[in-house]
Design a protein around this ligand. Structure first.
Ligand SMILES: Nc1ncnc2c1ncn2[C@@H]1O[C@H](COP(=O)(O)OP(=O)(O)OP(=O)(O)O)[C@@H](O)[C@H]1O
Ligand SMILES: [Mg+2]
Length: 403
């Protein structure tokens, strides 16, 4: 998630029984100080420097005995999403020390809410580092992103595979049948169809906010989201086709944070093309649903999306779905497809052009237009699998098993 640090290259991975400190640091003075404190406190921890957060999280995930993750966010465009991702990977026992140059109590509070155990302002004082690195006191604050809603992103391996239909139906069922406080965010700022599918006005707040992140706060979220029902709001846009938007990754980071503070569930219709926002969303998402088209191009792009998730969003659970919308484009056999992607498809959505077509025409979510369609049953099953894992940080949901 960031460029190479100014400090020494990472130490070679080697097995060790010692507890470890994984550090992504940006400058030599901080590194010197960290090493001095480790010596001074006579910590027997192994210090592992990593060039990026991604590689640090891989190390944490691969086990070993990591006790502390130090993450310098001073040059990060998306510190909240980064800490969120780190907390999801590290679980509640990992101590996560964020370092930065901005001395601001609001930022401090936000970083803690996103998953940091502490935030140290550079140049880091000896005392602060000693307290941060000492072994007493155990871990941190709360579970993964304690108090924040959960992000589920939907993305297609090709265009027109039913991402929007599925995300809209999913959000609608979650909010209407399960009474969960949900927001549906359409990040296809020019051509998105979430608002159209719900016969709703996209509003103009999303584009404005993403271009001026300083405006994003709780009040903004209240004003900019468009109400669909008491439990469902959407945030979308219909930017002019000729309008080039300069979206700052930090803006989406702040926006997601504010949405997660207010809503238990943030469902995202994520475009396939790579933008700076996509990486931030993937960093914040605990689950990503890939709708797969079983064509040759769909296979190639499913594999490429799997690689993207592995490398840039290792904390997310990825679900592969056989997209019903592909219809006759699904020319690759299921078992052949599964063999090539290296895992079984997690679910299948039926092909039902009649129901989805009438829902689209009526500007209604599929569960309203065609409640008895098999696709609705299958999406309801998806909710059980994805949202029923009882993992919502705000509170336990319907108590179904993990997937
Ligand atoms: N399960 C399904 N069976 C048949 N047709 C479907 C199914 N789901 C969606 N469709 C139809 O496929 C078309 C594309 O659906 P949708 O807009 O949801 O796809 P998308 O992946 O979001 O497309 P885009 O890449 O343009 O954003 C629509 O006409 C929709 O009605
Ligand atoms: Mg779409």
């Amino acid at each position: 998630m960031r460029g190479a640090p100014a400090v020494a290259a990472p130490t070679a991975a080697r097995k060790s029984d010692r507890e470890g400190i994984v550090a992504v640091l940006q400058d030599q003075p901080t590194l010197d100080r960290v090493q001095a404190i480790i010596r001074e406190l006579q910590l027997d921890d192994e210090l592992n420097l990593e060039p990026t957060l991604d590689s640090a999280l891989r190390r944490v995930r691969e086990g070993g005995n990591q006790r502390v993750l130090m993450l310098d966010v001073s040059e990060s465009t998306a510190p909240i999403a980064e800490l969120s991702a780190a907390r999801s990977v590290g679980g509640s026992d990992l101590k996560i020390l964020a370092l930065g140059t901005v001395n601001d109590v609001g930022l401090f509070r936000d970083l803690l809410a996103a998953g940091a155990s502490d935030y140290l302002v550079k140049p880091v004082s000896r005392e602060a580092l000693a307290i941060g690195l000492e072994k007493r006191g155990g871990s941190t604050g709360g579970g993964p992103g304690a108090g924040l809603g959960q992000v589920i992103a939907f993305i297609g391996s090709r265009g027109g595979v039913g991402v929007t239909t599925t995300a809209v139906s999913f959000a609608w069922l979650l909010s209407d049948r399960h009474k969960e406080n949900t927001v549906l965010l359409d990040l296809d700022l020019h051509f998105g169809t979430v608002a159209l599918n719900l016969d709703s006005d996209p509003g103009s707040g999303l584009c404005e906010a993403l271009e001026q992140p300083a405006r994003i706060d709780a009040l903004f979220v209240d004003r900019a989201t468009v109400k669909v029902s008491d439990t469902l709001r959407i945030l979308a846009s219909e930017a002019a086709v000729a309008e080039a938007l300069m979206i700052d990754a930090g803006a989406i980071d702040v926006l997601l944070y504010e949405l997660r503070r207010k809503f238990g569930w943030v469902i995202i219709d994520l475009p396939r093309w790579v933008t700076p926002t996509q990486r931030v969303v993937l960093g914040a998402a605990s689950k990503v649903v890939i709708l797969c088209e079983r064509s040759l191009a769909g296979l190639r792009d499913t594999i490429r999306l799997q690689t993207l998730m592995r490398e840039h969003a290792p904390q997310t659970q990825v679900m592969l779905i056989d997209a019903g919308a592909s219809g006759e484009r699904a020319t690759v056999g299921k078992s052949e497809f599964e063999k090539a992607v290296g895992k079984s498809l997690d679910a299948t959505l039926s092909h039902d052009a009649k129901s989805t077509g009438s829902a689209t025409n009526a500007g209604q979510p599929l569960p309203v237009a065609a409640p008895r369609s098999p696709v609705v049953r299958e999406i309801e099953q998806l909710i059980t699998t994805l949202a029923g894992a009882g993992e919502t940080p705000k509170r336990k949901l319907f108590g179904f098993g993990r997937w």
